[in-house]
Ligand binder design. Structure first.
Ligand code: DAT
Ligand code: MG
Length: 140
C-alpha cells in the first residue's frame, strides 16, 4: 500500500463543541499525519462547489447551509493507504451505523451533522486537496 494524501474536514458541529483536538488525536493514533491544516469559514457558495457531486440530492441545500454555519478545519492527512484508513477512522456516514470507537460513533450528532468529511478515492482526494490548499502549504 502506497503513501497517500487525503482531504479531511472537521465540520461545524464538531468545531462548535471544541472537538478538534480529540478528533485529531484519533487520526494521529491511527498513524495518519496532519501535514496541512487551517480553520476557515466557508460561504454557502463555497460549500456548494465543494459538494457539487451531491447537488441533485434532497439534502444538498441543508448540507451546504450546515457547512457554512460555523468554522471548519480543513486538513490534509498523509500515510499508508490514508484514504481508506481515514474512512475507517471516521466510521459510517450515519452515526447509528458507525462502528464503536470511530469518530462518527463517538461524536456525530446525526447523519447530516456527522463531524467529519473524508475523501473517498484518489481522484477526489487530489481535487479536494487542491480546492483548499496550494502545493506550498503541504509540508509532508
Ligand atoms: P460521506 O460524508 O460519508 O462520504 P456522502 O458523501 O454520501 O457521505 O454524503 C456527504 C454528506 O452529506 C454526509 O457526510 C452528510 C450529508 N448526508 C448524506 N446523506 C444524508 C442524508 N440521508 N440526510 C442528510 N444528510 C446527508
Ligand atoms: Mg462522501
Amino acid at each position: 500500500m502506497a503513501i497517500e494524501r487525503t482531504l479531511s474536514i472537521i465540520k461545524p458541529d464538531a468545531t462548535k463543541r471544541n472537538l478538534t483536538g480529540k478528533i485529531n488525536a484519533k487520526f494521529e493514533d491511527a498513524g495518519l499525519r496532519i501535514i496541512a491544516q487551517k480553520r476557515i469559514k466557508l460561504t454557502k457558495e463555497q460549500a456548494g462547489t465543494f459538494y457539487e457531486v451531491h447537488k441533485e440530492r434532497p439534502f444538498y441545500d441543508e448540507l451546504c447551509g450546515f457547512m457554512a454555519s460555523a468554522p471548519v478545519v480543513v486538513q490534509v492527512l498523509e500515510g499508508e493507504g490514508a484514504i481508506a484508513k481515514n474512512r475507517e477512522v471516521m466510521g459510517a456516514t450515519n452515526p447509528s451505523d458507525a462502528a464503536a470507537g470511530t469518530i462518527r460513533a463517538e461524536f456525530a450528532e446525526s447523519v447530516g451533522e456527522n463531524s467529519v468529511h473524508g475523501s473517498d478515492a484518489p481522484e477526489t482526494a487530489a481535487a479536494e486537496i487542491a480546492y483548499f490548499f496550494s502545493g506550498l502549504e503541504l509540508v509532508g
